[in-house]
Design a protein around this ligand. Structure first.
Ligand code: FAD
Length: 567
């Protein structure tokens, strides 16, 4: 993703962006219209968001291909995988941020600090709200939606007493809260029971974010706070992870889940599985545990800090768009896009969505996979052996690389479908498997690497379309053809998106693990693993500036430890 030299040198060669003004006297539904830059023969590309998907698109765009305008409430990109490190001061806030205007400079794009709150698909305009005050319509020829997602509540109450970890403000308030609790706990006037409560840190959700936060907290306690706080206080510290599934990191290979659980047990952290958080109060948390015999028990624990990190749902803007396209947009968690990342239901294909707010639908792929199976195993056969199943999965994976990681992981999942354990699955069980593939294919994981690959794909695709439409003849054809015809022409011009899973990393507190798919994993519980994990993220930085800042932060931490001031 990072192109040292090219990006940064070109950024200083370009002119500053144009000033954005309102169209004099023009109103649409009571709000003014912004005059975005519009060069003759170029389309206006409006990008919503400044996260992984949006920034990867911007970095892949060729200079001069479009008149670009970015709209986001945050005027920076956050390198989210390092946010847990920010909560305890392993790295500083500014080291994980890059200003969106710096990223935009190469394409000479404009930026508006605002959130999209409405869309007029017919007039091709988005309504943006600036700092909750002024609203204005921004016209587009093509729109890229990369607004991410928001935390899902799972019906739990009292989320106002929890921290979330999505923004730099979240990381900052977590850092302050941790230090405030330690300072209150050492006050001579604080009762013993209150000390115990203040030093109980609960993480709701055993996914990568929750586990990495717990791991960073452990490092902070054992590497820094132990030098500055009395032993009796340190011994009271409890880190508790409440997980609804039977294992933490359950989206990774089971070998990694078990490794993480062993590491956390070694660090004396408590992992409570098969448990759902019911409510959070100011000083306690209630959860319900489901036992293997089907019985359920409710528990209440005192807490001084809660992190809520339990999955994603639609953000308000994406929900609104899905409601407008409710005939075809039926997914509760994300906008459905086709294999070219175009929002389903927008006739001319001018609206794209990517990253956490989108889910790719590959209907043809599933049909092809079913056909492939029928031709390989004859429709009439009633059972499939494990060996036949493996051969089929490999053939399908070779033919459809975008689905390869999901398909190959199925090969390890034979037992899930072989319910009677006789080494064969019936056609009925096979159909369940296809439904499972279907759900997997339409749900790429909510990962930075998915958003980033989609962004690079979209950026290159948009560059290509700009070239396709650069001749007068093509421009005339575009103007004369129907929206549906244009959608078809563009689908032929750009190949479908293919996701290549490059592995998932997790930091586990002086230990790290990686899942490369197909049963290939890496686990290490030593300093080398920690530095290997850091080197991967150092390599993925979006600018030379953040690389330098990160290197300095890590060196500072090595020499002086983390900052423990309550700032
Ligand atoms: P985001 O990166 O969330 O960006 C959304 C952008 O949209 C933001 O700039 C936001 O300000 C803007 N926005 C929001 N609403 C509006 C609106 N209405 N109008 C305009 N703009 C709007 N993934 C990994 O692969 N590896 C990891 O190690 C990893 N660690 C993570 C750790 C943490 C703490 C978190 C929170 C996530 C982590 N992820 C990781 C997941 C990864 O960050 C997301 O999958 C990725 O950020 C998704 O990118 P996105 O562009 O869809 O959304």
């Amino acid at each position: 993703m990072y192109h040292m030299g090219k990006d940064e040198i070109e950024a200083f060669d370009t002119e500053p962006p144009l000033e954005l003004k309102l169209v004099p006297g023009a109103l649409h539904r009571g709000h003014p219209i912004v005059l975005t830059p519009h060069t003759e023969g170029r389309e206006r590309l409006v990008v919503l968001g400044s996260g992984w998907g949006a920034v990867s698109t911007l970095k892949a765009l060729e200079c001069g291909a479009y008149d670009v305008t970015v709209i986001s409430p945050d005027n920076y990109f956050i390198f989210t995988p390092l946010l847990p490190s920010v909560t305890v001061g392993t790295v500083e806030f500014r080291s994980v941020l890059e200003a969106i205007r710096r990223i935009l400079k190469r394409t000479r794009g404009s930026y508006i600090e605002a959130a999209a709150v409405d869309i007029d698909l017919e007039r091709k305009m988005v309504l943006v709200e600036q700092a909750g005050e002024d609203k204005a319509w921004v016209p587009y020829d093509r729109l890229v939606i990369g607004v991410g997602a928001q935390s899902i509540t799972h019906g739990a109450t009292g989320l106002e007493y929890c921290h979330k970890l999505k923004t730099i403000h979240d990381a900052r308030s977590i850092r302050q809260h941790i230090m405030a609790n330690f300072e209150k706990a050492v006050r001579p006037t604080t009762p013993q029971e209150e000390k115990q409560r203040l030093l109980t840190f609960v993480v709701c959700g055993g996914g990568p974010t929750g586990c990495e936060f717990a791991a960073e907290l452990y490092d902070f306690l054992t590497e820094d706070l132990k030098h500055y706080f009395p032993k009796a206080v340190q011994e009271m510290v409890k880190v508790v992870i409440v997980q609804s599934q039977d294992h933490i990191l359950n989206m990774m290979d089971s070998v990694i889940s078990e490794f993480a659980e062993r590491e956390f047990a070694r660090h004396k952290m408590t992992v409570i599985t098969n448990s759902r958080v019911l409510s959070i109060g100011e000083t306690s948390l209630k959860y319900k545990t489901c036992h293997p015999d089907g019985s359920q028990t409710e528990h209440e624990i005192p807490q001084g800090f809660v992190l809520w990190s339990t999955g994603l749902s639609l953000a308000p803007f994406t929900r609104l768009l899905c409601d407008k396209l409710s005939d075809v947009q039926k997914n509760q968690h994300a906008i459905i896009v086709d294999a070219h990342l175009r929002v389903k239901g927008v006739a001319d294909g001018s609206v794209y969505a990517l990253g956490d707010c989108a889910t790719v639908e590959y209907p043809h792929l599933l049909n092809h996979i079913t056909e492939l199976f029928d031709s390989a195993h004859h429709v009439g056969s009633s059972e499939i052996t494990r060996a036949e199943f493996r051969v089929f999965v490999k053939e399908a994976a070779a033919k459809y690389p975008s689905a390869a990681s999901h398909l190959l992981s199925l090969a390890c999942d034979f037992d899930r479908f072989d319910t009677d354990g006789n080494g064969r699955i019936s056609i009925d069980e096979f159909e369940h498997m296809l439904e499972y593939v279907d759900s997997k294919l339409t749900a790429l994981p909510a990962l930075a690497q998915v958003a980033s690959q989609e962004g690079v794909y979209l950026g290159h695709g948009l560059n290509h379309l700009a070239k396709v439409y650069s001749s007068d003849e093509a421009t005339r054809l575009k103007a004369e053809s129907s929206p549906e015809a244009r959608r078809g022409i563009e689908a032929h011009a750009v190949a479908p998106f293919m996701y290549h899973h490059r592995g998932t990393l997790a930091y586990l507190g002086r230990a790290a693990a990686a899942d490369f798919g197909e049963g290939t994993t890496f686990r290490g519980s030593n300093l080398a693993a920690k530095y290997l994990w850091r080197s991967v993220y150092w390599n993925q930085q979006v600018s030379l500036r953040t690389r330098l800042l990160l290197a300095m932060d890590w060196l500072k931490e090595l020499l002086f430890g983390r900052d423990i001031s309550k700032f």
